[in-house]
Design a binder for this molecule. Structure first.
Ligand code: ZN
Length: 128
């Protein structure tokens, strides 16, 4: 599939079926209103202060720690969660909660969880 069509379909999924998480992402983005931003693939990426130890994605809103702003794979991974939201719609909240719990309770195993590997695949993450 042409990548432009894919990104447009992901956008449509995030403003329809996936709207609940996109609205939550929008509200969270207001909190980080003054932080630097970038727009890519119909998403708004906010570069957040590094006091929070990880990146996260809520619908069309991606939040990346400022010191990771050059990590292509991290951007791709978080976009993978945006694709998940287009697929799962309101059920994405379950993934978000599992991801949050996994990140804080077993950080060393976090990236091996099935929903994280799925986000890698959906976002096109390339690991060595
Ligand atoms: Zn993730």
């Amino acid at each position: 599939m042409n990548k432009h069509i894919k990104h447009a379909l992901v956008f449509i999924g995030n403003i329809t079926w996936g709207l609940p998480m996109t609205i939550i992402g929008f509200l969270v983005s207001i909190f980080f209103m003054c932080m630097p931003k970038r727009f890519r693939k119909y998403c708004m990426i906010t570069y957040v202060p590094c006091w929070y130890p990880g990146a996260w994605s809520m619908g069309l809103f991606l939040f990346i720690p400022h010191d990771c702003k050059d990590s292509v794979n991290l951007h791709r991974h978080e976009y993978g969660h945006t694709v998940q939201n287009a697929i799962l719609g309101p059920f994405q909240i379950i993934i978000e909660l599992m991801s949050l719990i996994s990140f804080f309770t077993a950080p060393s195993k976090h990236s091996n969880r099935w929903f994280e590997k799925w986000a890698d695949k959906l976002g096109g993450v390339e690991r060595d």
